[in-house]
Design a protein around this ligand. Structure first.
Ligand code: PMP
Length: 301
């Protein structure tokens, strides 16, 4: 198990840096009882010049705000202040390659009524960059992604993740590395915590927004594909289409770009190293560790 904190680790909690081991929250929080909170998963990297860089922080903290607003949670912070606080948090914990987890949560409230305020915490723990050798064995899940008429699928809301957890656990219990979930129409949607792409005859395909969390990594892959002049189509497709693909990969902040070995026990046709997908993986790895202008990397001791 990952060790998330020790007795010296600091987390940010509602205006203060506090020891994670001493931090407290209200057990009557509406978030704990009903999964009514929003969160982000962000990464920082030690760049090639030794500075620490949070990857796409504006996109992540803007999404945190949009997620909160989508489910009527008051949101009182600016993206700029949260980025600054996160750099401070990394510096205080002496973290370079890290996973960063902001959570916006609700006060004590056992009813379904809206709240006047929200609370915020930001945690960070060490996470080494993924080296990219591993390929995943994936199984189509018996669980579908939620109906977009039941949830705001663009919001990264805690409650949505019960669906992710049961799907992922089902795949692992059956000996696979991860699940692939379909949408309510039977089209390929996404993984429990990542988006999906397939490659066929030099073209990349990925499901459009609507039934998925359209990820920030997915957007980065689209940028990289454009730079590599690799055509991408955002279209619905089925498992049967994917089984005939040359290659496929998952992408997300935590998994970065990770190739698939097989889907439902059928290996992908092309050798991973020879695919355009592998080129995207390599370009992604390079992009996240590029140093950025000093104004956006201001570690404060
Ligand atoms: N889909 C789901 C369900 C996720 O949880 C994630 C991870 N946040 C993603 C896709 C990928 O999103 P991102 O690239 O922004 O991390």
């Amino acid at each position: 198990m990952t060790k998330y904190y020790d007795e010296n680790t600091l987390m940010y909690l509602n205006g203060n840096f506090v020891r994670a081991a001493d931090a407290r929250m209200d057990f009557y929080s509406q978030s704990l009882h009903y999964g009514y909170s929003v969160f982000e998963g962000i990464r920082s990297y030690s760049t090639t010049n030794g500075s620490t860089r949070i990857f796409k922080p504006v996109e992540h903290f803007d999404r945190l705000k949009q997620s909160a607003e989508a489910i009527n949670m008051p949101y009182e912070w600016t993206t700029d202040e949260l980025i600054q606080i996160t750099y401070e948090l990394l510096a205080k914990n002496q973290l370079g390659d890290a996973y960063i987890r902001p959570v916006v949560y609700a006060p004590a409230n056992m009813s379904f009524a809206p709240n006047e305020h929200s609370y915020i915490l930001i945690q960070a723990w060490q996470m080494a960059p993924f080296l990219g050798e591993k390929l995943l064995r994936v199984r189509t899940s018996s669980f579908q992604r939620p109906n977009p008429q039941a949830f705001h699928m663009r919001a990264k809301a805690a409650g949505h993740y019960v669906n992710s957890i049961i799907a992922s656990q089902e795949a692992r219990a059956n000996g696979y590395d991860e699940a692939l979930l379909l949408d309510i129409n039977g089209h390929v949607a996404e993984a429990p915590g990542a988006n999906v792409f397939m490659e066929k005859n030099g073209i990349l395909f990925t499901p459009p927004a609507g039934h998925i969390l359209p990820g920030i990594t997915r957007a980065t892959v689209l940028e990289i594909a454009a730079q590599l002049q690799l055509p991408v189509e955002e279209v619905h497709f089925q498992v049967s289409d994917m089984l005939h693909a040359d290659a496929a990969f998952f992408c997300g902040t935590a998994v970065e770009v990770i190739g698939l070995a097989s889907l439902d026990d059928q290996p992908f046709a092309a050798k991973w190293e020879t695919t355009r997908s592998a080129q995207i993986q390599k370009a992604y790895k390079e992009k996240v560790t590029e140093p950025v202008a000093s104004t956006t990397t201001v570690p404060v001791a």
